[in-house]
Design a protein around this ligand. Structure first.
Ligand SMILES: Cc1cc2nc3c(=O)[nH]c(=O)nc-3n(C[C@H](O)[C@H](O)[C@H](O)COP(=O)(O)OP(=O)(O)OC[C@H]3O[C@@H](n4cnc5c(N)ncnc54)[C@H](O)[C@@H]3O)c2cc1C
Length: 70
C-alpha cells in the first residue's frame, strides 16, 4: 500500500474488524478455523488490492511512482 490515497490505515482496521468477526463464527461453531480464514483472506485480497491498485494509479500520475508489475 502506498501513501498516495491515505487509505492504508483504514483498510488495516477493516482487516482487523473482519478478522474478529470471522473468529467469532469459529468460536460460535458456525465455521472451522480453516474455512473462516480462507473466506477472510479471499475477501481481504479483493477489497485490499482494489485500493492498492487505485493508490498505485494515483502515485503514478501525481508522484512519479513506478507502476505496479502487471
Ligand atoms: C511511506 C508510507 C506512508 C503511508 N502513509 C499513510 C497515511 O498517511 N495514511 C494511511 O492511512 N496509510 C498510510 N500508509 C499505508 C499504511 O501505513 C499501511 O497500509 C498500514 O500500516 C498497513 O497496516 P498493516 O497492519 O496491515 O501492516 P503493517 O503496518 O506493515 O504491519 C505489519 C507488522 O507485521 C510485522 N511482521 C511482518 N512479518 C512478520 C513476521 N514474520 N513475524 C512477526 N511480525 C511480522 C511487521 O514488522 C509490522 O510491524 C503509508 C505507507 C507508507 C509506506
Amino acid at each position: 500500500m502506498t501513501p498516495t490515497l491515505g487509505r492504508g490505515a483504514n483498510i488495516a482496521m477493516r482487516d482487523g474488524a473482519l478478522l474478529g468477526r470471522a473468529l467469532k463464527k469459529v468460536a460460535d461453531g458456525h465455521l472451522t478455523l480453516a474455512d473462516a480464514l480462507a473466506a477472510h483472506e479471499r475477501d481481504m485480497l479483493a477489497y485490499g488490492f482494489s485500493v492498492v491498485r487505485e493508490a498505485a494509479r494515483v502515485g503514478e500520475r501525481r508522484m512519479a511512482q513506478n507502476p505496479l508489475p502487471r
